[in-house]
Design a protein around this ligand. Structure first.
Ligand code: DX5
Ligand code: ZN
Length: 223
């Protein structure tokens, strides 16, 4: 079985917002993508930042920006995030009444469309849009906050999604987000994930580069 290459994406949610430019520079050498968590205080209980911050980050890095929208009615804001320089835009299936249309709008805006699922949302919810996405994000914690513990019951979900993608012969990234660290990275990789998002494990460390390299190595270890 050939797995897609490992991508490590530090989540800026765990960065020091007062020194965001420096924080980006601190992780950039070992980051494949930068993950930006947008929260609206409705879809999730927390508020983080909007397209202005994405634009600011865009101006200090050339790494692809992986924008994760944890917001209600994302359609209202897609153009703003595309303009701000998002490379991929991921919406939550639970927040989209017309998910297929939303994903196509993201592509028309020139970004890679992604769809995310909360831990309790069945994989079946996205079955019929798999040919329309470049990325599926399996939440491995309840979205809203960094620093939570990985939910091991998400493992069969990751495995099943990877099998669907393989069977259909699609080129779709399997992203995991929440509680990813040196211990959980090899497990999720083995289950079929290839994009590893990590916030507190990276920014909470003395040497974030070493952590990102360890995550990449853990993810690359053959199953
Ligand atoms: C959670 C966010 C995550 C968060 C991950 O709602 O989507 O991207 O930053 O943080 P850690 O890696 O600390 O679990
Ligand atoms: Zn995220």
């Amino acid at each position: 079985m050939t797995l897609r290459p490992v991508v490590v994406a530090p989540s800026l949610l765990a960065a020091d917002f007062a020194r965001l430019g420096e924080e980006v520079a601190r992780v950039e050498p070992a980051a494949d993508w930068l993950h930006l968590d947008v929260m609206d205080g409705h879809f999730v209980p927390n508020i983080s930042f909007g397209s202005g911050v994405v634009e600011a980050v865009r101006s200090v890095t050339s790494r692809p920006l992986d924008v994760h929208l944890m917001i209600d009615q994302p359609d209202r804001h897609l153009a703003a995030f595309a303009r701000a320089g998002a490379h991929s835009i991921t919406v939550h299936a639970e927040a989209c009444v017309h998910l297929h249309r939303t994903l196509h709008t993201i592509r028309e805006l020139g970004c890679r469309p992604g769809v995310a699922l909360n831990p309790h949302t069945p994989l079946e919810w996205i079955r019929h849009v798999l040919p329309d996405v470049d990325l599926v994000l399996i939440m491995t914690v309840n979205p809203g906050f960094g620093g939570q513990a990985f939910l091991p019951q998400m493992m069969p979900k990751i495995r099943r999604l990877a099998a669907w993608i393989r069977r259909l012969g699609l080129e779709v990234d399997v992203e995991v987000d929440g509680g990813i660290n040196a211990q959980t990275a090899p497990l999720v990789r083995q289950a079929g994930a290839n994009v590893l998002v990590a916030g507190s494990a990276v920014f909470g460390a003395e040497d974030p580069i070493a952590v990102l390299q360890a995550l990449k190595a853990a993810g690359q270890r053959s199953p």
